[in-house]
Design a protein around this ligand. Structure first.
Ligand SMILES: *Cc1c(COP(=O)(O)O)cnc(C)c1O
Length: 445
């Protein structure tokens, strides 16, 4: 099929995510991907694009990693799917044990059994991983003596996914305002990534917990980086202090590591950088390396044991694809590749170059501000409003002409490439971002 025919069918029938469709249909010439390899996407017109965001943060080992493809096809040949109701299989069972062994706190001597992340609930994607964590927290308190604990504390700028529950605990106004009447009530505190510092956010978390200890089911947050809000990085000290504050009133901390988990920040989990063990931990995206929609919610032994003691106390929750064998087999192979290819070591080696490059861009290019970086994430903002109001998209277009797929978050330009991106490709990526920013800054200035 011709490229133009694909685009015509697409524009006739496909409704794209996060896309003003009238504008897209009128003006956008989409990438038409026909292949992918490592950090690259190939368009039907023969252009090669460097994938600056790992295809929405999932492709952490690059596209078509041969070991992941093999794990997927071998499992497909054995059995691609079973329910997980009265059924189990080696991929789900072994993956659960491997995740528990890697989880925050797993190697901390003296951590009480009740506080260990020892149980794994599978689902399909990041939103459902969060949704089930919310339900686990609410149901736990409902049937363990604190029935008024139904509210969640969440951060301004938080992003936890798309379902109504995940949207309710979100803090990005444009994603939630239109659904306002459908969302449950939460307590929003300021973002700890505010330029003024994290102390104000912490003071409000502490004050809310002190004032309403009987009402708060959990604090939910993205550890160390608020991703979708614009790659806002904050201090590990905030995360540690929130953990202490939740412990002081004995309520839960939900760590949404759908973006940060599995190496993005340079550690296995962002929680590890703050030496924090949450009560619930949400994983998706990198977990299955961009091959399958697959997610896991880890719970402590304490949370798990709050559902014992009678069938009416069980968690009545599940998805058709819970524990899907293809996803589980790929996820096991993802973990094996991390070990065998020392992926965390690779991130540690490359992270300083990302940080230095974004700092240089902010120092050198007029209108480019707020450089930030952590692990293999680097970001800058484009100066306030005016001709720069749509500058993120102008940078996108300038980057595309250079063979770079660099989708912005509003006026935040960022990279979150595959963690195993080869050095030469990383150089190409950083140079391409810089050149694209310069082009837009000069055109506008
Ligand atoms: C992407 C993301 C989600 C939602 O994951 P989906 O797989 O898109 O549903 C939730 N939380 C965070 C922190 C994310 O970055």
């Amino acid at each position: 099929m011709q490229r133009s025919e694909v685009v015509a069918l697409d524009k006739r029938h496909v409704w794209h995510p996060y896309t003003p469709m009238d504008e897209y249909i009128a003006r956008t010439d989409p990438l038409v991907v026909v292949g992918a390899e490592g950090p690259y996407l190939f368009d039907a017109d023969g252009t090669r694009y460097l994938d600056a965001n790992g295809s929405w943060w999932v492709s952490t080992l690059g596209h078509r990693h041969p070991r992941l493809v093999r794990a997927l096809t071998e499992q497909a040949g054995a059995f691609p799917h079973t329910s997980l109701a009265g059924v189990t299989h080696a991929p789900a069972a072994r993956l659960a044990a491997e995740l528990v062994a890697l989880a925050p706190g797993a190697d901390r001597a003296g951590l009480p059994e009740a506080e260990r992340l020892s149980r794994v609930f599978y689902s399909d994607n990041g939103s459902t991983a969060v949704e089930v964590a919310i339900k686990m927290a609410a149901q736990y308190w409902a049937q363990n003596g604190r029935p008024a604990r139904t509210r969640f504390i969440t951060l301004s700028g938080a992003f936890h996914g798309e379902t109504i529950g995940a949207t309710s605990v979100g803090g990005v106004e444009v994603f939630r305002d239109v659904f306002g009447p459908l969302l449950f009530d939460v307590v929003h505190v300021p973002s700890p990534a505010e330029p003024a510092g994290w102390e104000r956010a912490l003071a409000q978390v502490e004050a809310t917990l002190r004032a309403h200890p009987d009402e708060i089911a959990a604090v939910i947050l993205e550890p160390l980086i608020q991703g979708a809000a614009g790659m806002h990085v904050y201090a590990p000290a905030f995360l540690r202090a929130v953990r202490e504050a939740t412990r002081a009133v004995d309520t839960f901390l939900i760590a949404d590591e759908v973006f940060t988990g599995l190496g993005r920040t340079g550690a296995r989990f962002a929680c590890d950088l703050a030496d924090v063990v949450p009560d619930l931990l949400c994983l998706a995206k990198a977990l299955s390396g961009g091959l399958m929609p697959f997610a896991a919610t880890l719970a402590t032994e304490r949370v798990f044991s709050g559902f014992a003691g009678g069938s009416e106390r069980a968690l009545y929750y599940g998805h058709s694809y819970c524990g899907n064998p293809l996803g589980a087999a790929v996820a096991r192979e993802v973990l094996a590749v991390y070990r065998d290819e020392d992926v965390l070591g690779q991130v540690a080696r490359k992270a300083p170059r990302v940080k230095a490059a974004f700092e240089r861009m902010a120092a050198d290019i007029p209108g480019v501000t707020r450089p930030r970086a952590l692990g293999l994430v680097g970001a800058v903002d484009l100066g306030g409003g005016g001709y720069l109001a749509r500058a993120g998209w102008r940078v996108y277009e300038a980057a595309r002409r250079r063979g770079l797929y660099l989708r912005p978050l509003g006026d935040t330009v960022y990279v979150a490439p595959a963690l195993n991106i080869p050095d030469a490709a990383l150089d190409e990526l950083l140079a391409g971002v810089e050149a694209s920013l310069r082009e837009v800054a000069h055109a506008g200035g």
